[in-house]
Design a protein around this ligand. Structure first.
Ligand code: ADP
Length: 294
């Protein structure tokens, strides 16, 4: 079975920032969520797996490919949708995708045309194929990004922060597209948005300050907080007082009132027990709440 196995990966940038601290992860086929706040090290990890930058130490193995040693072999089976595409040339989406297919080694002209058209159809951009990608909306660009990432039947697909900047409708269309990619490839979705992982991923990891704080299924993550989350709705002015008294792991505005989630070993008078959600897990991990039990 094909697996991506990341072992003891470490990276310190020349400015002294350690972006990855001994990161180890095993990633199987299906949709994997790499969840972490901004600056956690997600892009550094994704770029290293995509062979776009070097690590200081550690190893990455994809099936029988030693990724850090054999970059060419990895690139042949990689589909990568980076956070930022940079500037697009002023050519049509169809021409650009065709060009990208050439770069992926698809040399047969007729086959390539069929493939490019099929891809544009698949991401629902066929009506816009004559337009330049630079004129596309954020959601259309992301769909174009997926089309280019899917060229050449990749075995490993990496999407870095794909839904940032998309409106809810675009985000939904993008989710649907991702979920159709298929079960026979490894898809890594790097994101700081808990909902991205909740809706799409069967497996996940939480990364913070370059360290993996959790790895497993979203359900396992939520179960680890079973019976430890309590909720109460408070007035805005009371926030400070509650912050001093309790371990508040999240707060949300609900119809103008503040609803807080508190982590506690025991019931608290005035609070109701609630089922933990993935957001609670994310914030409690990041805040380092009772690391012993999590
Ligand atoms: P994320 O993708 O989770 O936001 P990054 O991998 O981009 O995290 O960044 C991790 C840390 O490394 C951050 O502190 C960031 O400022 C730093 N960093 C990222 N790229 C560079 C770079 N090229 N040079 C120096 N520091 C960097």
């Amino acid at each position: 079975m094909m697996q991506l196995s990341i072992k003891n990966l470490t990276k310190t940038y020349p400015n002294g920032v350690t972006a990855l601290k001994n990161v180890s992860l095993t990633i199987n086929k299906g949709m994997f969520g790499l969840l972490g706040p901004n600056g956690a090290g997600k892009s550094t990890l994704m770029r290293t797996v995509a062979t776009l930058q070097e690590a200081d130490s550690g190893s990455i193995q994809l099936g029988d490919i030693n990724v850090l040693e054999d970059k060419v072999a990895l690139r042949r089976v990689l589909g990568y949708l980076p956070q930022e595409f940079g500037v697009y040339p002023r050519i049509s989406a169809q021409q650009l995708l065709d060009h990208m297919a050439v770069l992926k080694g698809i040399t047969d002209k007729k086959g390539r045309k069929t493939l490019v058209d099929a891809m544009l159809e698949r991401v629902n951009l066929q009506d816009h194929r004559k337009k330049s990608v630079s004129s596309f909306s954020g959601g259309m660009r992301q769909r174009f990004g997926i089309a280019q990432a899917l060229l050449g039947e990749p075995k490993l697909i990496i999407v870095d922060e794909p839904t940032a900047g998309l409106d809810p409708g675009e985000r939904n269309r993008f989710y649907n597209l991702l979920s159709e990619i298929g079960e026979n490839v490894i898809v890594i979705l790097s994101t700081h948005i808990v909902d991205d992982v909740k809706e799409l991923c069967s497996d996940m990891a939480i990364i913070h300050e370059g360290e993996v704080l959790f790895s497993g299924s979203p359900q396992l993550a939520v179960d680890s907080l079973d019976g430890l989350i309590y909720e109460r709705t408070i007035g805005k002015a009371e926030m400070m007082e509650y912050q001093q008294k309790y371990t508040i792991i999240s707060n949300k505005l609900v119809s103008g009132k503040t609803r807080i989630h508190v982590h506690s070993e025991e019931p608290i008078p005035g609070f109701s027990p609630v089922e933990a959600d993935l957001e609670d897990v994310f914030f409690s991990k990041i805040m380092g709440v009772s690391a012993a039990q999590l």
